[in-house]
Write a protein that binds this ligand. Structure first.
Ligand SMILES: [Zn+2]
Length: 95
């Protein structure tokens, strides 16, 4: 039941190092835990969300709106790969 969290905490060292990927909590659907990732608005266009993925070492760009998404990870060892993640826009941090 806590698989998602365990998978990510096994990466906790690199998460702490980077501090760029902000996992602000976990949401449970059907006995799976999905990380909630704080996003900011894209700057290049006036649409969509982005967050820096510490596992892929690049930004992942997504469409508008909070909610669950399939992972855009290119690192197949990323703990996000299997179940995706939940995006949440931080309204106070639009950069
Ligand atoms: Zn990624």
């Amino acid at each position: 039941m806590k698989n998602g969290e365990n998978k990510i905490s096994s990466w906790s060292y690199s998460l702490k190092e980077s501090k760029k990927t902000k996992i602000i909590g976990y949401e449970k659907y059907e006995n799976k835990l999905f990380p909630i990732i704080e996003c900011s608005k894209r700057e290049d266009i006036d649409f969509g969300l982005k967050f820096y993925c510490v596992f892929c070492k690049r930004y992942h760009l997504h469409g508008e709106g909070d909610g669950h998404r399939a992972a855009h990870c290119i690192n197949d060892k990323s703990p996000f790969m299997e179940d995706g993640y939940v995006l949440k826009l931080n309204e106070n941090n639009k950069k």
